[in-house]
Write a protein that binds this ligand. Structure first.
Ligand code: OOG
Ligand code: NI
Length: 316
């Protein structure tokens, strides 16, 4: 036949195709993350083995350099193009960071897949406020973002392939940045790779759908949690509860041939409690929209420390 036929029982086939492409991109990013981070992989397998085979992701997170188009907007483009909405800004003056979070488009039907193939996660993207750094730090960051040329136009590709858009730095440059900002040093060697995925704890099966039980379970298995400000991070309204592991390290060869492990990624856990106005809803009627949404500066500030030297070298 000479006409293009559109599947009759699927009027939204075009949207579905876009959706499956988008999820393939996320899935490649996730694969890079799982291959590099044995702790995240082991914890996801553990959670899966004790659960009804469905793990929902609460959010995905990325770090960027806020300079010459390499910041938040370089990574948010993919998500905005596929239906996400930009939400509130968060500021971290002491860390010289800012962030935005993005909410996913409404999922067409109840998604029964797991992880990236389940309900679409929120996204948290932060950037270093590069112009607030010292001249020395700015010189290093601008050197590498400059060498990446149009790399920031292809941040999603870089994340999905797991390669930097700029050359590897020297060990001296890495250390110089780390002294001023561990976030900056992390971003220089990890680029746009997934910083973490977050397991939606309240969507697990009892008793692990309670974050205290979940944290205990993970620690009993020998995993170290980020203890900055206490293991459990609680928002002022008491409705957003978060915890995270300490990042794994990965061998890295600097441009001068020097080899040293550098921090890579971690995994986070979040429990969102039911909003006060929905407290009388029967348990089986509670959906994600009835729960505390968004992020919290006070929690996030401590979760950033999951890749810090203090946490990495701390004894369990
Ligand atoms: C992000 C830390 C903040 C959250 O959920 O509040 C965060 C990062 O480490 O880049 O993930
Ligand atoms: Ni997070």
């Amino acid at each position: 036949p000479s006409t293009i036929s559109v599947s009759q029982n699927s009027p939204s086939s075009v949207i579905c195709d876009g959706d499956s492409f988008f999820r393939s991109v996320l899935s490649s990013m996730e694969q890079v993350y799982l291959n590099r981070n044995p702790t995240a992989k082991a914890i996801l397998e553990l959670a899966r083995s004790t659960d009804a085979n469905q793990i929902c992701y609460d959010h995905l997170a990325y770090r960027t350099f806020g300079v010459n188009g390499h910041g938040i907007e370089s990574m948010s483009k993919l998500f905005l193009d596929f239906g996400y909405t930009q939400r509130e800004e968060l500021r971290f003056p002491k860390k010289k960071l800012k962030a935005f979070w993005f909410s996913p488009p409404p999922t067409p039907s109840v998604s029964s897949g797991s992880g990236i193939h389940g309900p679409l996660p929120r996204v948290f993207i932060s950037e270093l406020l590069v112009d607030q750094m010292t001249k020395e730090a700015q010189d290093i960051i601008k050197k590498y973002t400059g060498l990446s040329a149009a790399g920031h136009e292809h941040s999603a590709l870089s994340s999905a392939l797991g390669c930097l858009t700029w050359p590897k730095p020297s060990h001296v440059e890495f250390q110089q940045l780390a002294r001023e900002s561990e976030y900056a040093a992390w971003t220089l060697v990890n680029g746009y790779t997934l910083n973490h995925v977050t397991i939606s704890v309240h969507r697990l099966v009892s008793p692990l759908n309670n974050i205290d039980n979940f944290n205990q379970f993970i620690q009993d298995k020998g995993f170290k949690l980020n203890s900055e400000g206490g293991v459990l991070k609680v928002s002022p309204d008491g409705l957003l509860l978060q915890s995270s592991t300490v990042a794994d390290s990965i061998p890295f060869e600097f441009s001068d041939g020097f080899r040293e492990p550098v921090p890579c990624s971690y995994i986070e856990f979040a429990q969102r409690l039911v909003l006060p106005q929905y407290k009388d809803l029967p348990q089986d009627k509670v959906e994600e929209v009835h729960r505390r949404d968004g992020f919290e500066v006070g929690n996030a500030d401590k979760i950033f420390e999951s890749t810090s030297k203090d946490q990495l070298t701390r004894r369990a």
